[in-house]
Structure formats: C-alpha cells, structure tokens
Design a protein around this ligand. Sequence first.
Ligand SMILES: [Zn+2]
Length: 235
Amino acid sequence: MFSVTTRKTERRSNRRNATAANARSNPKGTSFAEATAFLTEIGKGFHVRGWVLGTSGNFSAVTSREPLRVAITSTGLDKGSLSPKQFLEVDNAVNIVRGDGRPSAEALLHLAIVRGAGAGAVLHTHSVWSTVLSGSHASQGGIAFEGYEMLKGLEGVRTHKHREWLPILDNSQDMVELSDRVSKTLQASPSIHGFLLKEHGLYTWGAGLQEAKRHVEILEFLMEVLVRSGAAQSA
Ligand SMILES: [Zn+2]
C-alpha cells in the first residue's frame, strides 16, 4: 500500500513538474494572435465532431502569466465559424482588456482552472457522451476509466493500467459558487485531467493548447467508448 501511494505521489509530482516546466519554458503564455488562430481551428474541428453544437462550449488560453491575461471566446458564438476577431482578452477578474463582446458566463471557471491546475489552456465541450455519462454516473460522483490504451494520451500517463477519475460536479448557473467548487475539486484531486458538469459537459486543460486539445480528444473518445459499449448501465 505504501509503495502504491508513493508511486502515485511521484506520478503526480512528475506531472506537476512537467506542467511547471512547460510554464517556465513559455512564461509569457501563448501570444493572443497564436491563441486565437489555434482556437478558431479547434472550434471548426470540435463542431464537426458534434462536441460544441448550438453555440455551446468555450475555449481559452493564457496569453500572459504576470499580469494574468487570458484569451477567451465571447459568449453566444457558433464555434464552427469563429474568427480571431471574436475573441476577448480578460484579466484575472474577467475585465475585458482587449476585444468587443461579452465574455462567457463560464469565464470564471476557466480562470479557476488556470489558477488551480496551472493550466495554459482550458477547453469546454458539450458532447452527447459527456451529457449522458454525467447524468448516469452522477450518484457515484464521477467516472473511472481503466484498462484503455487511449489513457496514455493523457499527460503523465504511461500505461493502460492507469485509473483515471473524472469527477462529476452538479451543474449551476451561479458561476461564483461553481468556480469555488471547481477550485476545491482541483485542490482535493490534483492529478485529474478534467471534470464533468452534470448533464452539461466536459472541462479539460493542458499546459498549452496542443495538450488541452489532445485531452479533449482522449476524454471524449473514452466517454464515447463507455456509452457505446453499454458499460454505462453496469459500471
Ligand atoms: Zn457549458
């Protein structure tokens, strides 16, 4: 038991160190132009996959750590036809420092993840799979994925034997209260790669945009496998 705990702790600290190293190698974050170009492409791809239909979802990337600046999608936009002009840059209190429009109500959650997980990019999707599973597994408080080769696409995971816990938080329209619960979840479970909001969608993140995009692809894949395999009923 002791050795298992030790290995877990090492893995966690290795992943944290990797994230910290990435943050150090790019201390200023991604440039606003780079971030908005990349997020525009992500929107097209995710829309085609059905993960951000009907203006749902939102994306962000850290453009500066000191002071904190985050490029984020404006609210109410079709994520399949975004343009870089439709992004905002906000500070750590969601004040707009660049761009026209209104930040998503969920911007507070992005900032909680940037602070709590040290993320450089945060991506939020509303897929059928996350909606189904976050409802069917809500009473268990989360979903455990284990034994899947695709788990190795999550940062720091080296084997299919890894057990990934994806917590499910009750949904809310009170973003101050919800962002507080997100911060507490990240404090309690620092090794998670994402979480679900019940019957709402997925939040995941990465040290940078590529890593965050990969995490969406991996977690959406795993959720689709679980639903399609029928395991959702018996897990
Ligand atoms: Zn949402």
